[in-house]
Ligand binder design. Structure first.
Ligand code: NAD
Length: 355
């Protein structure tokens, strides 16, 4: 079942429609332009009729279709998706959500995380937050690289991306088009948020390698443009803000052991900035990785939500994070073989076809 048919939910639904051994049994959205329509017509871009009618009444649908997995793509924040996660778990569904805060919800709300874990165990299902970032580039991928090191003394990583394809909502949250003064006021007021997910990625990496962080500091700086830049959604002049240079540092005592940077701006090439994902693991051996350009965020997120389905269905019940599951992989074969065939560690607790 897909909960939230926006840019990401649409892409996830389209990807699933093309897969074998997995079937979409329901779709939920609150947008009046989507409710009551066939899911195919509500997707962007639209697809042929699916026979599934989009509804805004989740409880009735969950009871009716009893999905094995519910993919939630409605919001970034734990507080927003918590009722949705609870409803899905209460109906006996495993949950995969791309809400950034759910990638490691303990970082924002330990009580709510414990409650999700308890409810999931009681229902015999699992709950996972994933996505490109948090969920992959600045955490799972880094954790995997440390597997080749006997010792790790520090981690530095940087995801440099291009905001040009994004619309007004995203541009606003990054402060694009503001003056430096307006940017600072927006950061202080909480309207310019930068990247959501640093606390999650840092906490996941630290727990995975066995570090206890004493504190996490975050900094948001305006990227002030020296040039005129233009996208389909906005034009900015020299002196205006092209994006947000957001970074986070994790400390053990006074030692900065993890540094994650995520500068996001429109048209980075206008000032010679190359996009990419860059990781340095300091240790034995040292590891340096560069992916250029950066892994595409939208498709990457849709792919992770789809590809983690067999692992989540097969996993032990409870609240999961990406570091607790098998290495992510693209699922090109029949989903049923993976869920029941045991390449993900067996399908204990799974009954019937995966819907
Ligand atoms: P979007 O705004 O295009 O779509 C959200 C959809 O959810 C809309 O169709 C909206 O009508 C629907 N919706 C909102 N609240 C709802 C509710 N209570 N019940 C039912 N439907 C509801 O956003 P998007 O680009 O699809 O992204 C979805 C979320 O995923 C965003 O918060 C985004 O930040 C996050 N995200 C995370 C990652 C990651 O790497 N973890 C990557 C991409 C997006």
């Amino acid at each position: 079942m897909i909960w939230g048919l926006g840019a990401m939910g649409s892409g996830i639904a389209s990807a699933l429609l093309a897969k074998e051994g997995v079937r979409i049994v329901g779709a939920i959205d609150v947008d009046p332009r989507k409710v009551g329509r066939d899911m195919g017509a509500a997707l962007s871009p639209p697809r042929p009729g699916t026979g599934i009618v989009v509804t805004d009444i989740p409880t009735a649908l969950l009871k009716d279709v009893r999905p094995h997995v519910c993919v939630i793509a409605t919001s970034s924040f734990l507080a927003d998706v918590l009722p949705q996660v609870k409803a899905a778990v209460g109906a006996g569904a495993n949950v995969i959500t791309i809400a950034e805060e759910m990638a490691f919800p303990q970082a924002v709300n330990k009580g709510a995380s414990a409650e999700i874990d308890r409810r999931a165990r009681e229902a015999g299902v699992s709950v996972l937050g994933t996505g490109i970032n948090p969920g992959f580039v600045l955490d799972t991928l880094i954790i995997a690289l440390t597997g080749a090191c006997t010792e790790v003394t520090g981690i530095r990583a940087r995801r440099v991306n291009d905001l040009s394809p994004f619309g007004p909502t995203v541009l606003k949250t990054q402060g694009v088009g503001t003056t430096p003064e307006e940017f600072q006021r927006g950061v202080d007021a909480g309207t310019i948020v930068g990247h959501v997910g640093f606390a999650q990625s840092l906490s996941m990496i630290a727990r995975a390698v066995g570090w206890g962080l004493d504190r996490i500091d975050e900094v948001k700086e305006p990227i002030v443009s020296q040039t005129r830049r233009q996208t389909p959604f906005i034009e900015i002049e020299p002196g205006q803000v092209a994006g947000c240079d957001h970074s986070a540092r994790g400390y053990i005592g006074d030692d900065e052991v993890i540094t994650l940077e995520h500068p996001q701006q429109i048209q980075p090439e206008a000032e010679g900035k190359e996009t990419g994902d860059f990781v340095t693991v300091e240790g034995t051996p040292g590891v340096r990785m560069a992916i250029q350009p950066e892994i595409a965020g939208g498709i990457g997120t849709m792919a992770l939500a789809v590809n983690m389905i067999p692992a989540v269905v097969a996993a032990q019940p409870g609240l999961l994070t990406m570091d607790m599951l098998p290495v992510p992989r693209s699922i090109m074969g029949d989903f049923r073989g993976l869920v029941f065939g045991g390449s993900q560690g067996g399908g204990e607790g799974v009954r019937g076809d995966v819907k």
